[in-house]
Design a protein around this ligand. Structure first.
Ligand SMILES: [Zn+2]
Length: 144
């Protein structure tokens, strides 16, 4: 089967309606990042990937592991929830304060204060990957 490079794809899509082209770019371009669950159940298994539109899409390698949801945390990191039960959806500073309800200014003041004392657990690895609160993120390329 023939393959198409990113620049050939750009050339092809440049002739289309910009909205449709953007849709195809986001769904056809290669993944931007991958996420691995570091729990005892998943043992570093890849559970999902971020597409060119910035969306995290789960894959479900087994019944027990796979990306269920993501959330933009107030500390700037992406939170993940895996089928195995592991979750970094709320940061340590947000835990018990941030719920499914819209946060109040008072709640955010508490999160702000707690972030200084109790930041996310971040490990930067020699291979360039970063583990945040139990989920390893591998940057594959930058968002075009
Ligand atoms: Zn997991």
């Amino acid at each position: 089967m023939p393959t198409i490079t990113d620049s050939q794809l750009d050339e092809l899509l440049s002739k289309m309606d910009p909205k449709m082209a953007a849709h195809y770019r986001s769904t056809l371009a290669g993944d931007v990042a991958a996420v691995y669950c570091m729990s005892k159940t998943c043992k570093g298994r890849k559970i999902g990937a971020q597409n060119a539109a910035g969306q995290w899409v789960g894959n479900t390698p087994t019944k027990k592991s796979g990306l269920l949801s993501t959330r933009a945390r107030f500390d700037g990191h992406t939170g993940f929830r895996c089928r195995c039960g592991a979750s970094s959806i709320t940061s340590p500073a947000e835990s018990g304060i941030i719920t499914s309800e819209a946060p109040t200014r008072k709640a955010l003041a508490e999160v702000y204060e707690r972030q200084q004392k109790n930041p996310a657990k971040i490990t930067e690895h020699a291979d360039g990957t970063v583990t945040v609160d139990g989920f390893k993120i591998e940057q594959l390329r930058s968002i075009a």
